[in-house]
Design a protein around this ligand. Structure first.
Ligand SMILES: [Zn+2]
Length: 180
């Protein structure tokens, strides 16, 4: 799996290298950026691919709301429901990791995110097939979000996380936690 990541990173650096700045990709994972990219994608889906308005809306909401697992991780870990504190908790970790080298970053984790994985995409896709086809748009929104997270990750640390929830669950135990 490591080889694929190295190949993916080399490819992205080739394509985006000229435009790429360390800071730019660090902001990729923030919710407002996910919203912005999701909005652009929804507009393209609506005008270019004739996707229904409700479909585009669900896609957009899903592409941002998937990060609710970050907040829930904070609630679980700190036994606290404050969204404001959760955001500053994660921002603190981001600041710490920004000072680390690529190699160092790979030895740390900031949390376990149970919606960030291909298993979830499959489950939501099955809901689309068996329950209600609007779930397909949820799956598409999740996938779009994950792709942005994967790109961000490849450019910043090259870490192999957020691909499979189960894999992360076992792998994170071997890493050190960033901050407290
Ligand atoms: Zn995310």
């Amino acid at each position: 799996m490591k080889n694929y990541a190295a190949f993916g990173r080399a490819f992205l650096m080739d394509v985006f290298g000229k435009y790429y700045k360390e800071k730019l990709c660090f902001v990729l994972m923030l919710p407002q950026n996910h919203f912005l990219f999701g909005l652009i994608a929804s507009i393209v889906l609506y005008f270019e691919f004739n996707v229904s308005l409700i479909g585009c809306f669900i896609f957009l909401v899903a592409s941002v709301v998937i990060d609710v697992d970050h907040y829930l991780y904070y609630v679980y870990r700190k036994r606290d429901w404050s969204l404001r504190k959760a955001v500053s908790w994660f921002m603190g970790k981001r600041r710490i990791s920004m000072k680390m080298s690529r190699e160092e970053k790979c030895g740390f984790y900031s949390g376990f995110y149970f919606l960030h994985g291909i298993e979830v995409l499959i489950l939501v896709g099955l809901l689309g097939y068996f329950v209600w086809n609007l779930f397909y748009f949820v799956a598409a929104g999740f996938l779009f979000h994950l792709i942005l997270d994967w790109i961000d990750q490849m450019l910043t640390s090259g870490k192999m996380s957020k691909y499979f929830v189960v894999w992360d669950y076992f792998n994170l135990r071997k890493l050190k936690f960033i901050g407290k």
